[in-house]
Write a protein that binds this ligand. Structure first.
Ligand SMILES: *[C@@H]1O[C@H](CO)[C@@H](O)[C@H](O)[C@H]1NC(C)=O
Ligand SMILES: *[C@@H]1O[C@H](CO)[C@@H](O)[C@H](O)[C@H]1NC(C)=O
Ligand SMILES: *[C@@H]1O[C@H](CO)[C@@H](O)[C@H](O)[C@H]1NC(C)=O
Ligand SMILES: *[C@@H]1O[C@H](CO)[C@@H](O)[C@H](O)[C@H]1NC(C)=O
Ligand SMILES: *[C@@H]1O[C@H](CO)[C@@H](O)[C@H](O)[C@H]1NC(C)=O
Length: 218
């Protein structure tokens, strides 16, 4: 056997090992989730705590616990955001999210559910992806899946953050306004959200929540 063939053989072996490594990595994209994440819910006129509590199946006292700014019962100011707590799970071993069961109302569409009911915490495409019902055939008062994405952190970025807010960007918001509002440096926001176009005025951003918590190793 000359040098060339043994070289080729070891190259093939190396390639095979890399391929195996890559396959294992891609097959299990997540293994653990975390007990707590927040959904940043933009409050529109007519919305109230009872409604939000129902949508997310979370008790009002629990929501209030994480939103000390709400001082008076069921009144929440429209045009503000509240942090709704939820558990962030590894779904299908594939991605981190939480699937809420939502009961459709008369006239609901996947688009309306994503944009209005869930305040852009998801989008039409993603709601449709997690349901078997054809968009044109959505029955009234049926339970459908609404999956909201989340994250528990990324130890390659920083081990100091394990609690995150799933934050739908609104028109007029950008990297700088978000950094000011969340008190998180722009560089950190960018590094936790490498795929996000902060100038698009839409889409999700994962914002580290104030108060560092222990990062959960996955
Ligand atoms: C809360 O909001 C829901 C849905 O918008 C509405 O039907 C309900 O009457 C509201 N409740 C109160 C107490 O305002
Ligand atoms: C969701 O996004 C759409 C399109 O950008 C916008 O018109 C709508 O007001 C947003 N909904 C909420 C609750 O912010
Ligand atoms: C949620 O995550 C999945 C998997 O990474 C992605 O395909 C989907 O577009 C995301 N949904 C939203 C609303 O960003
Ligand atoms: C909701 O998701 C579950 C689990 O993936 C699935 O079995 C069920 O059919 C989905 N519901 C609808 C209405 O598509
Ligand atoms: C980001 O969004 C803005 C506004 O929609 C757009 O002009 C810009 O081209 C986008 N940038 C990238 C890199 O896609």
């Amino acid at each position: 056997m000359n040098n060339n063939t043994s070289n080729t053989k070891s190259h093939i072996l190396q390639l095979g090992l890399w391929l195996l490594f890559f396959i294992i990595k891609t097959v299990s994209k997540c293994s653990n989730g975390c007990d707590l994440a927040f959904a940043s819910y933009y409050v529109t006129p007519g919305s109230n705590l009872t409604y939000i509590s129902n949508i997310f199946s979370q008790s009002i006292p629990l929501i209030l616990k994480y939103n000390p700014q709400i001082t008076r019962g069921d009144t929440i100011e429209s045009g503000t955001r509240i942090n709704v707590p939820f558990s962030c799970l590894c779904l299908n071993g594939d991605f981190l999210g939480h699937t809420f069961k939502y009961q459709t109302q008369v006239g609901d569409t996947y688009r309306k559910i994503a944009r209005q009911v869930f305040a852009n915490l998801t989008n039409e495409y993603w709601v449709q992806r997690v349901n078997v019902i054809e968009p044109a055939l959505i029955p009234d008062f049926a339970f459908i899946n609404v999956t909201v994405n989340c994250t528990c952190g990324n130890r390659h970025v920083s081990k100091d953050y394990g609690l995150f807010v799933t934050y739908p960007l609104r028109f007029g918001e950008d990297l700088w306004s978000l950094s000011t509002e969340s008190d998180v440096p722009t560089i950190l926001l960018e590094r936790f959200n490498p795929e996000t176009n902060f100038s698009a005025g839409s889409g999700l951003v994962f914002v580290p929540a104030k108060g560092k918590t222990t990062f959960q190793l996955t």
